[in-house]
Design a protein around this ligand. Sequence first.
Ligand code: SF4
Ligand code: SF4
Length: 354
Amino acid sequence: MRTYEILRAWHYILRGKRPALSLEITRECPLRCPGCYAYEPFHLGGEVKLRDLADYQGDELITRVLELTGRLRPLHVSIVGGDPLVRYRELAVLVPKLTASGIHVQVVTSAFRPLPAGWADLRSLTTVVSVDGLPAEHDERRKPATYERILRNIAGGRVTVHCTITALMTGRRNYLRQFLNFWTARPEVERVWFSLFSPQRGQCPPEALSSAERQTVVAEIKSLSREFPKLEMPGRLVREFERPPQSPEKCLFAQTTSTLSADLVTPVTPCQLGGDPDCSQCGCYASMGLAAIGRYRIGGLIPVQAIFNLSAKIGARFAAAQTAPADPNPLRVLNAQTALSSARTTAPPTASRR
Ligand code: SF4
Ligand code: SF4
């Protein structure tokens, strides 16, 4: 994040707004990845599931998203799913419109179909392709978005490869190095990001890392980032994996991003993961990146997080004042104004009493 982007985001927070918006743009996905949080029963709190929601297609989807972003005016929009490329015709129109309006857009996809033509030229677009490890594991988990298909679909494009590291990848020596050797050699790949699998509270799926596995992986990422320039994992970000935010209230990512599900109304809380995530085991790249920014000390003294906390309080008061209901009795307001005006004109000036 650049300084001017932080200042713009700060301006939003002071006005009680969230600078980032994440949209589950469709409830549909042709994949059935094990461990996918979007289709968990409690992703949307338990009363409704993602597949039960209404979603939109065609011009209606485009119009509704543009209306939403026009109203909320976010700095950053993340488009997720389901898989957003289910709506590739709509995205081919929508994404250039969003970037042209000054919004940075991120599309997160499994690249099960070709990326729309021209996306490689949109400088304010980041296309993130999810790859779950080496072909033996990935192709099994993400079929039909296999390696072979991804390579065909991103040809000539410009993408970021994102891999969520699971416990299943930690048992093999040099697994991450082999992964990086493959993907960083591809001309379409601008950078690689790693997240660690983030479980829900009280659950222990096979993807979740033990604390020993987590420590080993973090040390490995630190070392690999020195070796692979395309691995965009700065040391200060990687250190946050060792001390993730302890609650959504302490998570800058959760506090600065609004997430809406496929009907563009239902909120996903407390963060993009939904449900009841175990923050103490969080491995989300975005959360760690913002935590690293939060720890940065302005002038070597004041942490950004402290400034954020104060600004968020000011912003909440500002937003409450903006939405305070009008006095139901207009006469009372009129009377108060008259009384004030009368007091100004009839009371003797304080100075003349002396
Ligand atoms: S592609 Fe994404 S949304 Fe679809 S099943 Fe896999 S993880 Fe879930
Ligand atoms: S992103 Fe991670 S730390 Fe932040 S609220 Fe979600 S689970 Fe918790």
